[in-house]
Each structure stands twice: as C-alpha cells, then as structure tokens.
Write a protein that binds this ligand. Sequence first.
Ligand code: BDR
Ligand code: CA
Length: 346
Amino acid sequence: MVLIEVVNPCKPDTLFCHYCTNPVNERQIVMAMSRQKIIIDTDPGVDDALAIHMAFADPRLDVVGLTTVFGNVHTHQATRNARHLVEMAGLAVPVAHGAERPYQQAQRDPAHFIHGAEGFGDLPAPNPQLPVDPRSAAQFICDMADEHGEDLLLCPIGPLTNLAHALDLDADLPNKIGGVVLMGGAVTVPGNVNAFAEANIHNDPHAAEMVFAAGWDVRVIGLDVTQQILCTSQHLEEIALGAPGIGGFLRDVSAFYVRFYQDSRAFDGCCLHDPAALIAITDPDWFSYDSAPVTVIVEGEEAGGTQIVDDPDRPKVRFAVACDTQKIRDHFITTLKNTDLRFSER
Ligand code: BDR
Ligand code: CA
C-alpha cells in the first residue's frame, strides 16, 4: 500500500503533511492510498461472515467481488448469504455463484453442525434482494483478472473449486494477477476434519492440488497459524457493543459456532480462521512463512492432507508458520467495533 498523493488542504499546491493541523479525516487519507483489490471466494459460513464484514470495514481493502462455493453450506446458501452480507453493509459488491460440487470427487455433506442449517448459526435464512452476478464465479475471476491484472489478489476462504475452474478457463491466470492468499491446509500440524486434512482442502483436494501446482504467488494461511488466533465470547460482545448493527449480527451469528467450540474444545470462543487470511493481506508483517513445494493428497484416508515435497520441478508456495496472534485479534476486534461507523459513512 502506497501513499500516492494527498493534497494539503491548507496549501493546495503542496502535498499533505502529517503535521498539518487542518482536519483531514481517515477517509480522505485512505482515498489517496492505493487500496488492495481482492476477490473473496467464500462459503459463508460463520467465520466467513466475520472475515467479509471485517474486509468491508477495512479502508485498505477494495473488495471487487464475492464468489461462492459449497463447504460450510450448499452453494445456493452461500450465494444467498454472501448477498445478504453485501446488502447489510450497504454496498453493491457483485456476488457470483460458484461451483456446486467438487472438481472431481463426490460431494461431502455441508458442515451444518458447525455453521448452522443455513450457515448463519441459529439465525433463519435471510432473503436478500441484491441480484446475483450473471457470470459464473470462475468467469468472474477471469474477467476481474483481465480488468485489474497484478493489482488483484484472490482470497479464497473455502474449498478451491472455483479457482480450479478459473485455471481451466484461463491457463495464463497465474501470470496475470498479484497472487493468492488462501485459508486452508495444515502443513505442519494435524488437520481439523481428521488427523490429515483441513476442511477447505478436504472438501476438494483435486482443486487444491491444481491451485498449489499452478505457479502463482500463493500464501497459505493454514491451521498452522489460524488455530492459535482465538476470539472469546466476550470479544464478540465487545464488537456488538461497539457496532450494534453489523457487530450485533456477527455476535448472534457466532453463538452457534461458539457452542461447537464449547462442546468440542471446552473453549468459550472460536478460531479466526477466515479473518486471518484477510489480515495476512492487510498486515503482512504479522505473519512469517516458510517456502516449499506443497502437494495435496487426493485419494485414500489421507485425502486433503497438505505435504511438503522435495520436488525441484514443482513451484514453491509460502505457508504461514507463525503470527502475532495478539495484534491480529486486536485488529479484528477494533475493525469490527467500528463497522457501523463505516456503514454510516457510505
Ligand atoms: C475452514 O473451514 C471452514 O469451516 C471455515 O469457514 C474455514 O474456512 C477452517 O478449517
Ligand atoms: Ca470458510
């Protein structure tokens, strides 16, 4: 992110000075920065909802679209939920409907027991009016890559099926965009579906294998770090207090998800899996990475496992191995506490 040009409101012929006493609000400053363009590919989903509202509320990000996929819910539910999130934020971000089944393997059941029957915990199905973009998710990704080129990052926080289909549509995609920052995988730690696999990769290992082998700049934000980034019920209450509208919705949506953590891990809160991938984009210094070729096991009982391989012909990916959990969580809370304020500024 670069400060490109800010006109000094005191002396219009000079650039803005940080010591200038003339009131310049944050919006004016951010308007003068280059905001990172991203597409969030998502299966909302509770932690997806947390991540998406956080991204909408972060002035450093320009969300050019949401593309949807199965995983936590069926794809038609993901598309409906994504449209609801856009609508409630008062935005007009396009939502493109994505793949309804995995690239090759049989479809697994959605994770309703973690994210609720409709994907928003105990809440009933929303009924958004925002139209669906006429393009498929894969086509939308390719079109945005042509329009924005290296300025665009893909941020998948669900199974990687849409990215695999986009690679089929345009084999040159990896050379066009800035890269991929994804939530998924468990490179150096056990999985969360079973000992081998993390849920997003487990839901479509063949697609993940294509993405990991495609040769673009991939950053993997896996369970290696996301399981350490925790938010408590108290933090969610704090967010709801600061932003009763969107924050209150996120607190309510999360109650079911938190119950899953209470029952399965005796923890009164949840992991910030999907928000972590967005924060890796806005605040890269809070993460550190190892770099190696990583393959995805596509068959057998270890299917969905992500493994480092010693293969000089395979492109390397960067996978996060450590992060500043405190800064990440504080940023998450602060950004969402202010989300109603951002909404009122739109
Ligand atoms: C990932 O799986 C989904 O349940 C979450 O939304 C997250 O993307 C964590 O393994
Ligand atoms: Ca997700």
